[in-house]
Ligand binder design. Structure first.
Ligand SMILES: Cc1cc2nc3c(=O)[nH]c(=O)nc-3n(C[C@H](O)[C@H](O)[C@H](O)COP(=O)(O)OP(=O)(O)OC[C@H]3O[C@@H](n4cnc5c(N)ncnc54)[C@H](O)[C@@H]3O)c2cc1C
Length: 466
């Protein structure tokens, strides 16, 4: 019997009520239970415990601390760096905390800490409303929210954290607290962008906002050679457009799916993926200038329920793909930077690989950099370079492209990166990302997790002296 197997056995003895929720290396479902979204991550925890209440989570934290093993917390398991799993440690899997309760007015939603956004989107859409999140339905509410949360509704309604009004949190000492503007306000400040550093969130309460029965959404594609023209249009057009409109820029390969004409399949393109919270007439009017740019290959904007938009890419970016990430915040999209994007876009190494540039202005700029832990409120875009391929043999190829592209464009960036688009770049990048908020985060960390129990994340070190 190995040491790691005996830890799972110890957990079964010490937490008998959870014995059916504990998975150790000798169990048949161990490989499934340890797998996260990124197929490049191959970590072997000592045990995984599937929790379904805050008390379960508190018991797991106490067990992990008593046995002095690293603790990872898994929400949706989407994190690029695989921060939802840890070698030789305990994984607290929150997937069982999956309740979604919309209040009768539809204006608030209470969400279990292990939910995915698709579950939330479907529930709030019943009321013609949504909480701003990302662009993929299978992403976890937990990790996305705690890092900030940006996507199709950011210009209109702000970051996900701007709609967070309360959270139930299990702290490192096992106590269960409620954080909001009035209760544990410093903790609440830190949760809005500071990641999983401060405790395990077992329930989130969000505001929802009107989207109507449908939003107007879909892409425009141009030949990749027209990248400079399209990017220059994008940098002028989106910031001056009403908040109801957003569009993220992408360099990508058209997937060979029925949704797109066969002659475009596997063609490298410059794209803008639009989302307009409004009617067809408004979308047509607002997007009229798009048709004057270059020679579009396709303009596929149409009405769809918000949950459909949110799940459009779920079938493309499925669990198990090899993924390598690099990211930056960007203030200005200079002509020099655009030249680099053209060069590296033409070198996209695989069908799934892409570069996305998400506008994070509009409502996200209404909040000051110091008002929440998310520091880059002044940035215009969050850029992510995403090397992706199903074949592990291509891991080196997508990583080299991703790093080469980042090296070429990072000099034109604002400095830090969105924590949820980072892998394990280390402390320097974490500090660069939190900038002036880092020291305050470190003080909150010293108060709520002085022993750094929650360190499998983009880690904030507790301030010396508490
Ligand atoms: C295909 C794809 C598309 C994406 N698109 C977007 C996007 O459009 N917008 C965007 O903002 N992000 C996007 N992301 C990034 C995403 O926000 C991060 O990967 C995020 O970390 C995922 O959260 P998770 O809960 O699924 O991850 P996990 O891997 O489970 O967790 C990530 C981190 O959060 C912590 N954590 C998770 N849940 C909790 C909790 N309840 N309490 C305490 N700590 C917790 C974990 O400990 C870990 O450190 C995307 C990711 C992928 C893979």
């Amino acid at each position: 019997m190995t040491a790691t197997t005996s830890l799972a056995d110890a957990a079964r003895r010490e937490m008998a009520h959870l014995r059916n929720c504990i998975v150790g290396p000798d169990d048949p479902d161990y490989d499934v239970a340890r797998a996260v979204h990124n197929g490049m991550i191959d970590k072997h925890p000592a045990l995984i415990i599937r929790c379904s209440s805050a008390d379960d989570v508190a018991g797991c934290i106490a067990f992990g601390r008593a046995h002095d093993v690293p603790i990872a917390v898994r929400g949706g398991g989407h994190n690029g760096g695989g921060l939802g799993v840890v070698d030789d440690g305990l994984v607290i899997d929150l997937a069982g905390l999956d309740s979604v309760e919309v209040d009768p007015s539809g204006e608030r939603v209470r969400v279990g800490g292990g939910c995915t956004w698709g579950q939330v989107d479907r529930a709030t859409a019943e009321y013609g409303r949504a909480t701003p999140s990302g662009v993929i339905g299978t992403t976890g509410v937990g990790g996305l929210t705690l890092g900030g949360g940006l996507g199709h509704l950011t210009r209109r309604y702000g970051l996900t954290v701007d709609s967070l009004v309360g959270a139930e949190v299990v702290l490192a000492d096992g106590s269960i607290v409620h954080a909001s503007a009035d209760e544990h306000p410093e903790l609440f400040w830190a949760l809005r962008g500071g990641g999983g550093n401060f405790g395990v969130v077992t329930s989130f309460e969000f505001l929802t906002h009107p989207t109507g029965a449908t939003v107007m959404a879909g892409p425009t594609f141009w030949p990749i050679e027209q990248t400079p023209e399209v990017m220059r249009f994008f940098r002028e057009f989106v910031p001056s457009a009403p908040r109801a409109l957003t569009g993220f820029f992408a360099l990508m390969t058209v997937p060979p799916v029925d949704m797109f004409p066969p002659e475009l399949h596997m063609k490298k393109v410059a794209a803008i993926m639009w989302c307009i919270v409004g009617s067809e007439e408004e979308a047509t009017r607002l997007l009229a200038p798009v048709h004057e740019v270059g020679t579009p290959l396709l303009h596929g904007v149409g009405a769809m329920p918000h949950p459909v938009l949110q799940s459009l890419f779920d079938g493309l970016y499925t669990k198990g793909l090899q993924c390598y990430w690099r990211a930056d915040f960007v203030n200005e999209l200079s002509d020099e930077a655009i030249e680099q994007h053209l060069e590296w876009g033409q070198k996209l190494p695989s069908m799934h690989s892409t570069m996305h540039m998400y506008p994070i202005d509009g409502a996200a700029h209404d909040v000051d950099s110091a008002d929440t832990a998310f520091s880059y409120r002044d940035a215009q875009y969050a850029e992510v370079i995403f090397g992706v391929d199903p074949d592990p043999a291509n891991a080196g190829k997508i990583r080299d492209w991703c790093v080469g592209y980042w090296d070429a464009t990072h000099p034109y960036s604002a400095g830090g990166a969105y924590v949820n688009f980072m892998m394990e770049e280390g402390q320097e990048r974490v500090r660069a990302t939190y900038r002036g908020n880092y020291d305050r985060l470190a003080r909150v960390k010293a108060q709520y997790d002085p022993d750094n129990v929650f360190h499998v994340n983009q880690n904030i070190h507790p301030a010396a002296g508490g």
